[in-house]
Design a protein around this ligand. Sequence first.
Ligand code: FE2
Length: 225
Amino acid sequence: MSMPPAAPRLAILPYRKPTEGRDYWVLDNALANAEAVRARCLAKTDWIEGYPHKPESWPGLRAIPALEPDELASIEAWVRKVTETKKLWAEAVPDGAHSNHNCVQVVGEGECQSRPHTDSRKICRYAAVLYLNPAVPDDCGTSFYRQRLPNGQLGGNMVSPPHNNLVEALGARFVPPNSFVEDLRIDHRFNRLLVYRANLIHSATAYWGHELAEKRMAAVFFWMA
Ligand SMILES: [Fe+2]
């Protein structure tokens, strides 16, 4: 009789408690003209469709750019200041891949679950999300996660060199459900910018809404430093 396949043995990552001012930064009232940015994004006609509209791994609708250069410049000035980074830049992505820097994403309830991941160290050190729908509930913000081992013990939450992403760091592409547990939740607030170290395990906490104007709308940013 054959044995059932063993569960993949995942590496245990280092843990560092996500701490404001060190690992993440929050700016409320981030844009002076957030209502206008939202209206401009809602009026877009060049959306790229992800799941469930198209057989893509990513959910909802995306369009680029979210912010105009002057709007982006003011956000980046604040990010450089709080992260004490002299230079931030959007890294070119390999041929054929889409950069999602300064992209607006609209994702409804049921189009995606929370999906803990890290953003590739090849393209960013810092990532950010700017919430752009005033009607979305608080618990549709962004969460940080850490590992939960099969015995219930808690593991780590970060990808370090030489690994670039969570798949490399864990040594497995497929992980059992419940391998991660929520560690810290940042509430959704209209016109709030959340910047975080992109190697920390994170995800949208939840999505919201059924019509375009009801859905969770967020601009996302990825910076190398
Ligand atoms: Fe991410």
